[in-house]
Design a binder for this molecule. Structure first.
Ligand SMILES: Cc1cc2nc3c(=O)[nH]c(=O)nc-3n(C[C@H](O)[C@H](O)[C@H](O)COP(=O)(O)O)c2cc1C
Length: 190
């Protein structure tokens, strides 16, 4: 196989989710480089309003994670079935650890237009491809993070309380939160 394929495969093999980060901030040049990789990916229809914003303020990140934890606990408390409530509580254990990450990428896309919702119902989002475009761009972010010796982990768990997350992140009404990505230098890196 050619050199480019080998390089790509080495990158794919080396990438693993990272959930423990060194207490070292990400330099602006690094954030710019990550943003450029995100922006380079294709979008359905040539444009689905994809955006990637980085939160690096430690207090804001902690507040967001704490608010998510509280909202998720309230959601679980309101589940009448003890079995489903306990399953959800267990399922949610890996959703809100991102409060300690040095940076969080917030990926959003434009919602499908009303005519598509009316014509296609719950398949509108899939056909519109906004979230899928966001997911592809997030993978570019993961690969770019790998080349920059950063650890990263995508998170859709927090979308269990998407309304709380979108309100706290002040996401405009015509946009959707697609996913979050925790980023930072790995705790165990030299
Ligand atoms: C779309 C997506 C959502 C994810 N959501 C979460 C999450 O909410 N919490 C979490 O700890 N990990 C999350 N992960 C990380 C996966 O658990 C992880 O990628 C998977 O276990 C494979 O491990 P690897 O990334 O090390 O190869 C998510 C990964 C993807 C691709």
């Amino acid at each position: 196989m050619n050199r480019h394929y080998e390089t790509l495969m080495a990158l794919l093999r080396a990438r693993h989710s990272c959930r423990a980060f060194a207490p070292r901030p990400l330099e602006n040049a690094v954030l710019d480089a990550l943003g450029a990789a995100f922006a380079q990916t294709p979008q359905a229809g040539g444009g689905r309003g994809l955006a990637c914003t980085f939160i690096t303020d430690a207090a804001r990140l902690r507040e967001l994670a704490e608010a998510g934890t509280r909202a998720f606990a309230a959601l679980c408390d309101n589940i009448p079935s003890a079995f489903i409530r306990e399953e959800m509580q267990r399922y949610g254990e890996n959703f809100f650890w991102f409060g300690d990450a040095p940076a969080l990428a917030v990926v959003t896309c434009r919602k499908p237009p009303a005519f598509l919702q009316a014509a296609l119902g719950d398949k509108a989002a899939l056909q519109w491809g906004g979230e899928l475009s966001g997911a592809m761009a997030a993978f570019a972010l993961l690969l770019a993070a790998q080349t920059l010796d950063l650890g990263a982990c995508c998170l859709t768990g927090p979308l269990a309380v998407w309304q709380e997350m979108e309100n706290r992140l002040a996401i405009p009404k015509h946009d959707h939160l697609v996913l979050l990505t925790a980023l930072g230098y790995r705790k165990d890196s030299p």
